[in-house]
Design a protein around this ligand. Sequence first.
Ligand SMILES: NC(=O)c1ccc[n+]([C@@H]2O[C@H](COP(=O)([O-])OP(=O)(O)OC[C@H]3O[C@@H](n4cnc5c(N)ncnc54)[C@H](O)[C@@H]3O)[C@@H](O)[C@H]2O)c1
Length: 346
Amino acid sequence: MTALSSHGLQRATYDGLADPEPQSSGDTRRRSLHGPLSSVHGSIGKVDELDSSNPLRITIPAQHRGYVMHQAIRTGHVAVITGGASGIGRSAATRFAAAGMRIVLADVDEGGLAAVAEELRATGADVVTLRTDVSNVTQVAAMADAACEFGPVSILMNNAGREGGGGILAGETVWDATLATNLLGPVYGVQQFLPTMLAADWPCAIINTGSKQGITLPPGDTAYNVSKAGLNAFTASLAHDLLPTDGRVTAHLLIPGFTFTGFTTRRGIEAKPDGAWTADQVADFMLERMDAGDFYILCPDNETNRDLDIRRMQWTAADIAENRPALSRWNPAYADAFAAYMRGEG
Ligand SMILES: NC(=O)c1ccc[n+]([C@@H]2O[C@H](COP(=O)([O-])OP(=O)(O)OC[C@H]3O[C@@H](n4cnc5c(N)ncnc54)[C@H](O)[C@@H]3O)[C@@H](O)[C@H]2O)c1
């Protein structure tokens, strides 16, 4: 299926997501924010209700469902993707481009950026590549300037990430780089783009790529876990602060499962493990769940389904309620109890 974009290029559209025509894109100037979001948008009203059939799931009010994400993914508008040179970012960029969006790809990997840009341009997409280290606020600000020059930004995907590989005593180099990339990178991204999104009159979405490790905190990769736990907290707070926009600007926490990407190949694994999803599967799932209005986009993979994830997360959350030791899931004294719980006996 093809559609004519705002700038006259023939390109593929992503079925069911692309707008037939470019939407309002009046004032695209960069803004800076002064004061809290509530001062911009007034008081926060009551929005959500608990879905009684599943206490973990918040139901988005009917008037917001289906509207928000369809509208943010739109022909002629700009999608900014950090970590866009590889893996999940590359797959997401491919899909946003197929929806007729202009693409800003940011990454530290210039060779990867050039390769992905070439792929996208071959499909007729308008693409800008920016060598950007997301841990550097000056570079993130320059990325925001360039993106807003390119067109009306309606998608920001803070996706760049690095594996920490570091425990408690890993040293400041590992900790600084991991927190700066995985946590401060998205913070800088939001701070640089959000004022412009708030001042705009078109729907916008911010997607931060988190991790299940930021929720369940498996021992050993502590720097990474801490960075993703912080990102979880930041993104949840962002989503709440955006409630006064009545769904015009939304935030989403993408939580991939085991995914075959640069993360995997850097460990020397060249072929996709059976248990892993592809990055394309993650990107497709993300779009489907954004369309459904989800904040927590909890991806399964070929070895972990949603029910398994939810049980693991409920066990972790219950450590507090049950006054168990920290990370009891991995505490030998709780091995039998955890195994029984996972068998449905707990
Ligand atoms: N692959 C998985 O199993 C998995 C699971 C959960 C979460 N994630 C998250 O998914 C996101 C994307 O990773 P991926 O799996 O596609 O891996 P990937 O290695 O294929 O892609 C990550 C990209 O981020 C870029 N990057 C790293 N540091 C950067 C920096 N400081 N500034 C700009 N770009 C930088 C890399 O160059 C790379 O292109 C990451 O945030 C990662 O933590 C991945």
